[in-house]
Design a protein. Structure first.
Length: 329
């Protein structure tokens, strides 16, 4: 508890120091037609996420230095992209390298058992994991569009990881790395989880925390051989995949910035408080995670199917077919 308090206080002062730097160098987010906010807001407040993760790894589990290097690389390139617009090839190149480091770290922790899995099968898994992690970190970044959503969703995931280890389902990482990451999320939440946010996470925050979360889930799947753990990201995945599907139907460029996620519709068009919308997403994921952790696969699939059905009905009821599939105005 004392260590956790020390991290909270230290990260709080680091965040305040960053705010001074961001103010001085004009690292801000100006609202535009795609924005869900109306005021100029400091960008990059999520820089304390990689700071917390890297520090905790080197204090408590230095053998995970590939993970720390991956988080550092992706946080650095994302921070630079927050400040200046980088060439996409450079940014994606660093993303690819960071994901490879994460997968390599996971393999070091859980070496291939050739008695149970062939090398070609493992290679296929590694390729699928690489594609899924790249997709997830980008989806996580796209979902960071309203106050509180990234911090609440990430708190639910880190708490779920902690619970999985406490229940002895599997041990992936030193628990104090998780609690230190949680401390960073709590500190950032103080400045972001409000009607008018003091700061946004920025790419440096959303992408680095997404990479760390992906590492845990990839390692969890490798260790248990159970793919249901991917549903620990089920709510974000549902909104991201459904929105991509609708945009493809509308023949839009899915790589262009937009504001057509369901959470954005609820916050922007329906004018529901950002924190309320973020809370709904976080609570739904928390409920799903508890089902995943405590019940059988059949119950998990039934629960997720019910959530998918509810999501489809709500989107069609609120937005309508014409808006979703023809012209998103």
């Amino acid at each position: 508890m004392l260590t956790f308090s020390i991290f909270i206080i230290s990260l709080f002062f680091i965040e305040l120091l960053y705010f001074k730097i961001a103010n001085h160098y004009n690292i801000i987010d100006k609202p535009n037609q795609r924005s869900s906010h109306q005021y100029i807001t400091l960008r990059g407040g999520g820089i304390i996420f990689p700071v917390a993760i890297i520090t905790a790894v080197f204090i408590y589990q230095p053998s995970y230095w590939y993970l720390a290097l991956a988080v550092f690389a992706i946080a650095l390139i994302s921070f630079l992209d927050d400040v200046i617009t980088l060439n996409n090839k450079v940014r994606l190149g660093v993303h690819f390298l960071s994901v490879l480091l994460v997968i390599y770290q996971a393999n070091l922790n859980q070496p291939i058992n050739y008695a149970h899995i062939s090398y070609p099968s493992y290679l296929i898994f590694a390729i699928i994991a690489f594609i899924m992690v790249i997709g997830t970190i980008n989806a996580y970044n796209f979902m960071d569009g309203i106050n509180g959503i990234t911090v609440l969703y990430s708190i639910v995931l880190i708490a779920s990881f902690y619970l999985i280890q406490e229940l002895k389902i599997v041990t992936i990482i030193h628990p104090k790395i998780l609690t230190t990451t949680l401390a960073a999320l709590i500190v950032f939440g103080y400045f972001n989880l409000r009607k008018r946010a003091k700061a946004f996470a920025g790419d440096v925050g959303s992408i680095s925390i997404a990479l760390f979360i992906c590492f845990f889930i990839v390692q969890l799947i490798m260790t248990t051989g159970n793919f249901q753990w991917i549903l620990l990201l089920g709510i974000y995945g549902l909104d991201a995949v459904a929105t991509i599907f609708c945009r493809l139907i509308r023949k839009e460029n899915i790589f262009e910035a937009h504001r057509s996620h369901f959470y954005q519709y609820l916050a922007n068009e329906k004018k529901i408080n950002h924190v309320v919308v973020a809370g709904i997403y976080g609570i739904l994921q928390m409920m799903l995670n508890l089902v995943i952790i405590y019940t059988s696969l059949s119950t998990v699939l039934f629960t997720f199917f019910a959530i998918v059905l509810m999501y489809i009905i709500l989107r069609l009821s609120f937005e309508g077919r014409n808006r979703l599939f023809i012209n998103y105005q």
